[in-house]
Structures are given as C-alpha cells and as structure tokens.
Design a protein around this ligand. Structure first.
Ligand SMILES: C[S@@+](CC[C@H](N)C(=O)[O-])C[C@H]1O[C@@H](n2cnc3c(N)ncnc32)[C@H](O)[C@@H]1O
Length: 449
C-alpha cells in the first residue's frame, strides 16, 4: 500500500487565491457563465501559477468558483516563472482581451496597471495589456491630474531604455468631420458679457463654468479695480442665474491675490459671501495646483507660502445637477485589495472603526471612491497661447461633474476657449462663449476646431 497517498496532506485539496480582484461580472454574464458550466463543465482551462498546495489564479476565478459549486473538475494550465507583478499584468491583459468590460471597467484595469508601474512608458503598458497607447495616455492624465500617481519625468520603454516623458499633453488631431461637428456646436460671441448675457434666452443653459478676469491684476486684456470687478460680477451672476435651467448651476474659478505681500485682498471672500447670500453656495470646493511655482512672497526675505489654491465658487440650487459617478477616484491598491468577505470591525483611519469588506465592496460596486472637495490638479499640459489659460484638467473635471450628457455649457469669460473645448470633449451638445478681446475669440475657434 502506498502510505503516502493516504496521508492527510496528500488528500488535502489545494487552496486557490485570485491574483487580482477584477471588476465584477454583470448579473446576466454571471448567470450565463454559471448556466454554461452547469451543462458543459469548464471548457476553457483556468490559468494558475503552479501545481502546489496554494495556487494563484491568474485567469478564471469565476470558472473555478462555479466548477467547485457544481463539484466538477476544473482543468488548469500552469504558467510558471512569473513574479507577482508579471502575474497581475497578465491577469489584466487576459481580462481586457476577453471579458465584456465597459469603458469604465477597462480604464480601471489600465489605471491599476499604471499605479503599479507608473514609471513604464505608455507604449509598454499598452503592449502588455493589449490596448491602444492613447487610451493609456488618457488614463494616465486622469490619474496624474487627480494626484493618484505622480508625473514621472522619465519612463522605461519596451526597449529597456529610459526616455523622457512628454511634457505637454499630446495634441489630438481631429478629422475634418469632427472639427465641423464641434464648430457647429459652438457659438462664440465677441463682446462684453455684461451686454451679451441679457440677450440669451432664460432657462436655456445646463451649466456655467467660467474663469473670469480678477481685479487688480495687470494683464494684456486690461486691469480693473475691486469695485469695478464687484459691479461686473454681480451683474454676471444675476444673468447666469437667469439663463440657467432650474437644475443648472454656475461655477466661478477664482484665485486670491495680495494688496501687498503679507496683506491679502478680500474681494474673493466678499464676493463669495455676497453670492452665497444672494443665491446659494452649493459646496465650498478648492483646486490645488500641485505644481504651482514659488512667487515673490515666497522669497526667503518674505517667507510666505506658495500660492496654489483656487476657490471654485459653486452657486446654484441645493439639488442642482451633479454627476458624482463621473468624477469618482480610482480606489487605492490598499482599498482594492481588502478582502470582500472581511466583516470584522477594526480601528481604521483616525481610530474610527471600519470594516474592510464593506469598504472594498462599496468601492468595487461604485467603480471608485468619493473625491475630496480639494481637487489636486497640476498645470502640466496647460496651453500657453492665452495669457491666463485655465488648466484643461480643471475645466474637464467640472464639465464631467456639472454638465449632463448632451447639455449646454456657457462660459461668459471664454478667453482662448479651454473650458468650451473641455465641454465638447465631455459630451456637451452646445457650448456658448463670450469674450471681449477679438484675438482670443480667434484663438478659441482654433482651439475648438
Ligand atoms: C482668465 S481669462 C479666461 C481664460 C480661459 N478660460 C482660457 O482658458 O483661455 C478671462 C478672460 O475674460 C475676458 N474678459 C474680461 N472681461 C470681460 C467681459 N466683461 N466680457 C467678456 N470677456 C471678458 C478676458 O479678455 C480674458 O480673456
């Protein structure tokens, strides 16, 4: 008798662990797979890392789960010799190639890979995962602009050579048809918004997103005093409120400035309080320019801190339209790797009790975690043709959040058209801009088409 065969250790079945926690299948897909396995068994072998007592499943978690449920044998192929990182990359690649993932889920997998290997070139990541490098670049941009990965100035390419990463956002070359469509969806008015806004029909706009002129700043487009600025903005706010649909809201991006170094001007807060009382401040939101340069006040002799926070004054009704789904953050690896089944109450952040399982499940079900009201957005990639360009990523973040799909966007201080272009990129059916300086209107047309 072969005593070894009957020993408990030989009889003990191997334990299986997933290499990655992938986006869940839809109910329909799960049911389809389950039905198929119940009838045919597992036809496509699962991929595991070894034939030992603990096997990591690189591909086929659900197949294994259903095979076990029906008591079927699950065929396995062993892929040896991969380290942890290579196994995870392969798992993502196989899932991207085979599963019916929606865009958000596909981008989530690419984001995970970028968080794991931020220093690898976009083309390397694209090749590993079998996706287009432009998609990788766009996911990277989102992660960098929300502070989830840092911008790596040098990246390791497929050839093993370190290459400098592009400093600017790669231009997207639109086809003639797309350009035509975007231009037809755009109205650009050359004029003073105080005169032009009253000509727009009431309740015709879904969102106003704008980066206006600031007082007491010397710019090519002029300098206005604080009282002049308040007069202008009071009129603009009232008009924006009139042209917005009942659930629409308005967003004014404002950056404070000094009267003298060490003495701030108060216009921003005076405006904020006035507007909040006059209308309603939906929430206080700030954007943090993560790569703001140190300016005069930060010299050693002055000793002030770097100015890097803009206030995003968000005005509208309490229940105004917003789409949190569109701005969820990709969960951190720590959150993603929490086991779904772990229900134990543990001390969490700041000693607040938390349960790992529900936290991971909530993040996986929603497809992300809630953003903070401080948006970490770098200036990297800003276009320098207008003297005070709004960072595109900030503009696009607000468009994704406030503009319903197919909605109408208004920017009464349109400048070189960054916010309007972002609106079109984010699914606006119409964008409307007003700009006082003619050459910026030209710039905006160029930007849009
Ligand atoms: C901060 S810039 C906007 C930048 C723009 N978002 C971009 O990224 O190109 C403000 C713009 O408001 C314009 N402006 C100032 N006063 C105006 C007014 N009363 N009506 C319309 N435009 C005005 C300026 O000419 C300037 O181009």
């Amino acid at each position: 008798m072969d005593s070894d065969r009957s020993s408990p250790s030989r009889l003990k079945p191997p334990r299986y662990e997933p290499v990655l926690r992938l986006p869940p299948l839809s109910d329909d897909e799960l049911q389809g797979l389950r039905d198929s396995i119940s009838i045919h068994g597992v036809l496509v072998p699962i991929l595991v890392d070894c034939d030992g007592p603990v096997r990591r499943i690189i591909d086929g978690n659900y197949r294994k789960q259903f095979a076990d449920e029906f008591g079927y044998t699950c065929p396995e192929i062993i892929q040896e010799g991969l380290d942890e990182e290579e196994m995870r990359t392969l798992a993502r690649a196989l899932n991207l190639a085979r599963r019916h993932l929606n865009t958000t889920q596909r981008r989530e997998l690419i984001a995970e890979q970028l968080r794991e290997t931020p220093d690898r070139a976009n083309r390397w990541v694209a090749k590993q995962l079998g996706v287009h490098h432009a998609t990788v670049a766009s996911v990277r941009l989102g992660l960098e602009s929300s502070g989830q990965i840092i911008h790596c100035p040098n990246r390791l390419g497929s050839d093993g050579r370190i290459q400098p990463a592009r400093k600017t956002v790669a231009p997207v070359f639109l086809g003639a048809e797309d350009r035509q469509r975007r231009m037809e969806a755009t109205t650009l008015i050359h004029g003073d918004c105080r005169e032009e806004l009253p000509k727009l029909p009431a309740a015709s706009v879904d969102a106003v997103i704008t980066d206006p002129i600031y007082p007491e700043i010397e710019r090519e487009y002029g300098r206005i005093s604080e009282p002049e600025w308040h007069d202008l903005m009071h009129a603009v706010v009232q008009e924006c409120r009139r042209v917005l649909k009942p659930q629409g809201s308005a967003l004014f991006i404002l950056q404070p400035n000094y009267e003298h170094v060490g003495q701030m001007r108060l216009w921003l807060w005076e405006f904020l309080v006035w507007a909040a009382k006059e209308w309603n401040l939906v929430q206080d939101v700030y954007s943090w320019t993560t790569d703001a340069l140190p300016l005069t006040g930060t010299r050693r002799t002055q000793g002030l801190l770097r100015q890097s926070v803009k206030t995003c004054v968000w005005l509208g009704p309490k229940d105004c339209y917003r789409n949190q789904e569109n701005v969820l953050r990709t969960p951190s690896e720590k959150t993603s790797n929490r086991p779904f089944s772990d229900n134990e109450v543990r001390p969490g952040i700041g000693k607040w009790p938390c349960r790992n399982g529900p936290m991971a499940t909530a993040a996986a079900e929603r497809g992300g975690t809630t953003p903070f009201n401080l948006l970490p957005i770098s200036n990297n990639g800003a276009r320098g043709d207008h003297p005070a360009t709004t960072p595109y990523r900030l503009a696009a973040w607000w468009c994704r959040y406030l503009l319903p799909d197919g909605g109408v966007l208004l920017d009464p201080f349109a400048g070189g058209g960054t916010i309007l272009a972002a609106g079109l990129d984010c699914g606006a059916s119409r964008v409307l801009g007003i700009e006082r300086v003619e050459k910026y209107v030209e710039m905006a047309w160029e930007r849009i088409g």
